[in-house]
Ligand binder design. Structure first.
Ligand SMILES: *[C@@H]1O[C@H](CO)[C@@H](O)[C@H](O)[C@H]1NC(C)=O
Ligand SMILES: *[C@@H]1O[C@H](CO)[C@@H](O)[C@H](O)[C@H]1NC(C)=O
Ligand SMILES: *[C@@H]1O[C@H](CO)[C@@H](O)[C@H](O)[C@H]1NC(C)=O
Ligand SMILES: *[C@@H]1O[C@H](CO)[C@@H](O)[C@H](O)[C@H]1NC(C)=O
Ligand SMILES: *[C@@H]1O[C@H](CO)[C@@H](O)[C@H](O)[C@H]1NC(C)=O
Ligand SMILES: *[C@@H]1O[C@H](CO)[C@@H](O)[C@H](O)[C@H]1NC(C)=O
Ligand SMILES: *[C@@H]1O[C@H](CO)[C@@H](O)[C@H](O)[C@H]1NC(C)=O
Ligand SMILES: *[C@@H]1O[C@H](CO)[C@@H](O)[C@H](O)[C@H]1NC(C)=O
Length: 555
């Protein structure tokens, strides 16, 4: 019996139940479920792990000087208060913009990780959520380590040495905003992660477990995850928990040292990366910009110090010190010295360095990134790499022990410059919009912002999806997952989906999806157009102005 109320047809609940049973509680409602990893029939890792030597056995640890202990409760003027555990006191600008401007998001590759808004790369309707009509079958997580000390011999240490040597010789008188320099000490170590850096990777591991943990159910063996250093450890600790992580995955450490083939540190074999006019071009371009933007800063700050001639290099070093001290010690007195516009200029300084050395404007960049892209296609097609003429290490990728082709979750830990090179090798061309970048002014319409591409903890994630309704031809591949045949791929950079329209054959899609077969063919064409031997090892010069935008040497 149907009734009407206010002219609307009212369907009794019982009638609805008959037609649309799915809207009622299913017999599963409230049922307890659980899952255990590693599954009972899989042997956990025991030590020593024969095919996976630990860091001490692999050797080549690189520099690891520790810094001084932090004591933010005495050195910072306030306690950091944020929604999550975050040890950094957020600095304000010297022109006091307060909440309207976030200094820490203008530190380029030294910015702590933050989630990018959906529209960052041009897809405002997309999100990391699995799109309607799709199931997730696999993820490839490529991430950077968390916050670390400066690399050995970089600008901050050189600035400290200059100040110390002047203090020992002529002495100097610092007043006003620079007064702190009279008693300032250099407490930073080199290279290794800071406490915040360890937290960031642990958090990333927790985040990945909550987002993608269900894919663990597709593993029939212990995962093999790769790193160049011990970077993946904290990620795994967050992902598996501190009691279980060492026995829950095999850690493959790739050697990061000159002359070794390592797709996660390809500069070690790309000779032209060390040529100042090629791989070092970013330094030159960034220095040109520093000479422009620091002029008023030098003038302003020089009034507060005697016997010290501040240079553009010093100003940049002081801005870097703000970032490094903040992420290591919780607070930095250097931060308060700079205006909003000087922070935007600093971000642009880093953007230029990356654009011309590790981004779309560098001639060895696609070549450096292409090794990982070959490995990705090897995994997506379940076909072993047979031609070795890039940074791929044939020993590692030829074995299904060290390089399994089927895993529901792949994890690779690497560096800022490498992840940005891989983005270029993947032809994520939306990142190159607004380039080439000028060195006499800020290109306001650029997409290339390093705090978006390669902050501490940056992560570039490929989701492999099964979207039956959207697909014509589908790949016949195993992903390890039980959620269907893969039909689509998309890339997500720090939570913002990246368009794939730069990949031959991929069309515009509001969710950033590309048909998997099309994606594989287009990316294979990209691999084929990149000439590692010439770009990395050839003898050439880059014409001035450098108008490269696809990361390859001019032919
Ligand atoms: C400055 O003087 C201190 C104490 O005498 C000494 O340890 C340090 O090596 C000197 N540094 C420089 C750069 O001259
Ligand atoms: C390839 O990797 C293996 C395992 O780490 C290593 O022993 C070998 O030296 C590497 N080869 C090259 C050419 O880098
Ligand atoms: C600073 O520059 C002035 C002028 O070029 C020079 O006379 C002076 O020696 C310099 N001072 C230092 C400490 O380098
Ligand atoms: C290392 O890379 C070089 C240059 O691409 C290549 O010729 C060589 O075969 C590779 N070696 C290994 C062990 O992968
Ligand atoms: C590795 O590949 C070989 C040859 O294809 C096969 O016999 C072996 O079972 C594989 N091992 C694993 C762990 O998958
Ligand atoms: C995938 O390929 C294999 C071997 O060619 C075939 O047996 C299987 O039916 C195919 N699966 C699908 C879903 O097409
Ligand atoms: C990669 O992008 C460039 C534009 O930067 C384009 O010219 C090229 O055709 C693309 N390559 C492939 C294989 O899609
Ligand atoms: C590179 O080419 C230039 C010009 O042809 C030549 O002078 C130079 O010796 C070459 N360098 C190397 C390392 O082969």
């Amino acid at each position: 019996m149907l009734a009407t109320v206010g002219g609307l047809l009212v369907v009794p609940l019982a009638a609805l139940a008959a037609n649309v049973p799915r809207e009622l509680a299913s017999s599963f409602a409230g049922a307890p479920t659980s899952f255990q990893f590693p599954p009972a029939d899989v042997t956990p890792v025991t030590f020593p792990d024969p095919n996976f030597p630990d860091a001490a056995q692999v050797g080549f640890p690189g520099p690891t000087p520790t810094g001084d202990e932090a004591f933010a409760l005495a050195t910072a003027p306030a306690v950091a208060q944020t929604e999550c555990f975050d040890p950094i006191v957020r600095p304000d600008t010297s022109d006091r913009r307060g909440s309207t401007f976030n200094v820490v998001r203008n530190w380029g590759n030294l910015s702590p990780w933050f989630s990018l808004p959906a529209g960052t790369f041009g897809l405002p309707k997309a999100s990391p959520l699995v799109p309607n009509g799709c199931d997730l079958t696999q993820v490839h997580i490529l991430h950077r380590h968390g916050a670390r000390y400066p690399t050995s011999g970089s600008a901050p240490a050189a600035f400290a040495a200059k100040i110390q040597s002047l203090a020992n010789s002529t002495g100097f008188d610092a007043t006003g905003p620079l007064e702190f320099l009279a008693t300032w000490e250099y407490k930073l170590g080199a290279e290794i992660l800071t406490p915040l850096g360890r937290q960031q990777l642990y958090d990333l591991g927790v985040n990945a477990r909550v987002r993608y943990g269900v894919l663990l159910k597709g593993f029939t063996d212990i995962p093999v995850w790769r790193t160049t250093s011990e970077g993946v450890l904290q990620f795994a600790a967050g992902f598996f928990g501190v009691q279980q992580f060492t026995t829950s995955y095999h850690q493959l450490i790739e050697i990061e040292s000159p002359g070794f083939n390592t797709t996660l540190a390809p500069y070690e074999i790309c000779k032209n990366n060390n040529v100042p006019t090629i791989g070092g071009l970013g330094n030159t371009k960034a220095a040109e910009w520093a000479a422009v933007y620091t002029v008023p800063t030098i003038k302003r700050l020089s009034k507060h110090i005697t016997n010290v001639n501040l240079t553009s290099t010093d100003i940049v070093a002081m801005q870097m010190l703000c970032a490094y001290e903040s992420v290591a010690l919780g607070y930095s007195a250097f931060c308060d010295l700079f205006t909003e516009s000087e922070w935007e200029s600093f971000e642009y300084f880093i953007d230029l360095g990356f654009w011309y050395s590790n981004g779309p404007g560098g001639s060895t960049v696609a070549a450096q990134g292409v090794g990982y892209v070959q490995e990705l296609i090897s995994r997506l097609t379940q076909t072993r790499i047979t031609d070795f003429n890039t940074a791929v290490n044939s020993t590692i990728v030829s074995s299904n022990v060290t390089f399994p082709l089927v895993q529901p979750i792949f994890v690779d830990a690497s560096h800022d410059t490498v992840i940005s090179s891989i983005a270029v090798a993947l032809n994520l061309t939306s990142l190159a919009k607004g380039g080439p970048l000028p060195t006499d002014r800020i290109a306001k319409d650029r997409q290339w912002v390093v705090s978006h591409v390669a902050p501490f903890g940056t992560n570039l994630v490929a989701q492999v999806l099964s979207c039956p309704a959207k697909s014509a031809g589908v790949a016949n591949l195993t992903t390890g997952s039980t959620s269907g045949t893969p039909t689509h791929v998309r890339w997500i950079l720090n939570d913002a989906v990246v368009p794939l329209t730069g990949v031959q054959g991929c069309t515009e899609d509001q969710d950033g999806l590309c048909n998997i077969d099309t994606y594989i063919a287009g990316t294979q064409a990209r691999i084929d157009e990149i000439d590692f031997q010439f770009d990395c090892l050839g003898n050439y010069t880059i014409p001035e102005p450098d108008d490269i935008t696809d990361g390859r040497a001019p032919r």
